[in-house]
Each structure stands twice: as C-alpha cells, then as structure tokens.
Design a protein around this ligand. Sequence first.
Ligand SMILES: O=P(O)(O)O[C@H]1O[C@H](CO)[C@@H](O)[C@H]1O
Ligand SMILES: O=c1cc[nH]c(=O)[nH]1
Length: 239
Amino acid sequence: MTIHIGAEPGDIAPTVLMPGDPKRAEWAAQRFLDNARQVNAVRGMSGYTGTWQGHPVTIHGSGMGMASLSIYANELIRDFGATTLIRIGSCGAMQHDVKLRDVILAMTASSISTPSSNMLRELNFAPCADWGLLRAAVHAAEAKGSTPHVGGIYSSDTFYDERADLTEALTRHGALAVEMETAELYTVAARYGVRALAVLTVSDHLITGAALDSGVRESSFGEMVEIALGAAFGAEAVT
Ligand SMILES: O=P(O)(O)O[C@H]1O[C@H](CO)[C@@H](O)[C@H]1O
Ligand SMILES: O=c1cc[nH]c(=O)[nH]1
C-alpha cells in the first residue's frame, strides 16, 4: 500500500495499462479482463486487476498530465513491481493525414519539460518507447487489419494551449499528435529499466477542429486496448 495506491502486495500485475481517465480504466477492465476486481480507489483513481487470455493484467488510471502520471508510474514500478506500462490515451491530431479515431503508436515524445526535468537538469533526455513493445504493437495492429501511425508526438503541460507558434513548429517537424503524459512515462520507465509504450486514439483534430465527446473518450476506444494487450503478450494473441 502506498500513499496513492491502496492495493496490497501482489494485487498489481507486472503488466499495467494506463489510461488517463479512471472511468476508461473501469470500462476497459469490464470489457477486456476476466475476473476483474478493483485494487485501487484512493482519490477516486481506479485500478483493476484481472486476466486477459490467462495473463494477469492491471488497468490503472494515470490522471491527466505528467505530474499525475509520474506519481502512479513511480509507485507502480517501485512499490508494486510493474515491469510493462502501456498508456492507452486520447490525443489531438496535428497532421492532415491523421484522422479522428486513428491509432497512434508513439516512438518518442517531445516536451517543454517533464517532472523529471528537475533531476535531469541541463540534459535534453530523449524519451523513447520500448522497441520490443513498439514492434509487437505494430504486429498486433496488423493482425487486426489496422494500420496505426507510428512516430513522434508532443506531451504538453496544458490542454488549453496559447502557443500557436509551438503547435505550428511541432506540426512542421512531423509531430503526429498532442497529449499530456507520454514523455514522463517513457522517462520514468527508462530510469527504472522497465518497458513502456503509448498507444493513443485520436479524439480531437487540431487542424479541422473536429472532436469526439466525453462519453466516446471514456468507453469506445477498444481498438487501442486490444493493440496494447497484443503488444504486451504477443501479436498472435490478438484476433
Ligand atoms: O484520454 P487521456 O488518457 O486522459 O489523455 C488525454 O486526455 C486528457 C485531456 O483531455 C489528457 O490526459 C490527455 O493526455
Ligand atoms: O491532450 C490532449 C488530448 C486530447 N486532445 C487534445 O487536443 N489534447
């Protein structure tokens, strides 16, 4: 049991899927896990553990933003022994060829800063996905007949962004989408030597202004969950 996670030792599986939204954690656990039971409710942050095709899996919310994710990722790895963390998040598309509901696999995540920046000081650390997980996610997606976008994204500290110049520069440099957690997830995972990946679904479009509603974001992004599970346990597990 930690300050933010009220689970007992052994309640958390080595593989943890992390949506920002605790309601998405509940929905995904009910839809994809067998024998799911709630293992955390501290501060309203839901975590569930069950099995997927016989493999133990925890689905635990990260909250919004890198500061929140950092707390849960640190405790899940350090105190509960998580070794594979896969973010299942929503994002805003930054390129014309990226459409609403498309899936993005984040190779890397640019940022202005992360909670880890304090300790890294002058170092511009390059956060990157675990290669084995990324490759397995591509295979899992292909096994489902889906073609994800694979590339760099932007992890922002703000949802309501006043820096149009920054958005323009990132778009010009090929960033696929914006979200708010992945750069810190990859940095914390690197620090502990564990595997991490972000599998994202496009919920907004920064160029067209198109947007999906909150109910859709909470409970209809099943494709990314299946790809994340396939990545964790092998593409052949996905049908
Ligand atoms: O849908 P989630 O996983 O929360 O991710 C995105 O949605 C939130 C903003 O609405 C931020 O957390 C952002 O990263
Ligand atoms: O951070 C986010 C998440 C979804 N959509 C956005 O535009 N930004």
